[in-house]
Design a binder for this molecule. Structure first.
Ligand code: PEP
Length: 253
């Protein structure tokens, strides 16, 4: 199984700060052991710089969003073709902040994934329940619906080209993380869905207040293939430490 640590910078950093962060990561990536895949998702204006700085290293660059249509009259939007022309290889889709603040639906996410896959980019599809759904015990049902709507129209081959991130919304940016048991049971549930669809090898990342002090137990779970990291990805030391932890834990497993 592949192991991936991806960092979502969200709407943070100015150009100088972004350059400093990428430069540190590039410097330290040379010392990284093992084959953990490393992905960073800076804001749109810094993608080109990030691709140039990381060229020839193990670090891949993701966008945080894209439009479903390849090109056209969609003022303010960014297309998959534009991302591809920059050398961007991955794109986060369906992040809970896009669902919450921009009304993004799984139907729209499904269209974005189709376009990304058609043009050879890897979607990092985010799913996860909100706090009330966790507390009312509906979380498996909610995630199952999300998976069916967003991934249901993909062929087996397309599905195999995706990454899934389970991000319980109540754990994102809250400092409250899922326990290893909660993460593993949901990841196993997602794995069962992917296996049924003929794509058991799709990496499933955990996201939600994942930091160096809680990552080892989460990454040690059998069906957790690494993490999608928010806050801790803004600090080169913490992010690199998370990559080291992922390598160590999976090597020991
Ligand atoms: C995220 O937004 O994808 C995320 C996991 O954020 P944080 O690590 O800050 O909870």
């Amino acid at each position: 199984m592949r192991t991936i640590v991806a960092g979502n910078w969200k709407m943070n950093k100015d150009r100088a700060e972004a350059l400093a962060l990428v430069s540190k990561l590039v410097g330290w990536s040379e010392e990284l052991e093992g084959d953990v895949e490393v992905v960073i998702a800076p804001p749109f204006p810094f993608l080109e710089m990030a691709v140039q700085c990381t060229r020839g290293t193990r670090i891949k660059v993701a966008a945080q969003n894209c439009h479903a249509v390849a090109q056209g009259a969609y003022t303010g939007e960014v297309s998959v073709l534009m991302l591809k022309s920059l050398g961007v290889t991955h794109c986060i889709v369906g992040h809970s902040e896009r669902r919450q603040y921009f009304g993004e639906t799984d139907t729209q996410v499904a269209e974005k994934m189709k376009t990304l896959l058609f043009h050879g980019l890897t979607p990092i599809y985010c799913c996860g329940e909100v706090l009330s759904e966790r507390e009312s015990g509906k979380f498996f049902h909610v995630v199952e619906e999300q998976l069916r709507e967003a991934l249901g129209g993909l062929s087996e081959e397309e599905l195999a080209g995706c990454i899934v991130a389970y991000e319980p919304v109540w754990a994102i940016g809250t400092g409250r993380t899922a326990s290893a048991e909660q993460a593993q049971e949901m990841h196993a549930f997602i794995r069962a869905y992917l296996s049924e669809r003929g794509a058991p090898e799709v990496p499933i990342l955990y996201g939600g207040s994942c930091k160096p002090d809680n990552a080892a137990s989460l990454f040690a779970c059998a069906d957790v293939n690494g993490g999608l990291i928010g806050g801790a990805a803004l600090d080169a030391g913490q992010f690199t430490e998370l990559v080291h932890i992922a390598h160590r834990v999976k090597q020991d497993a």
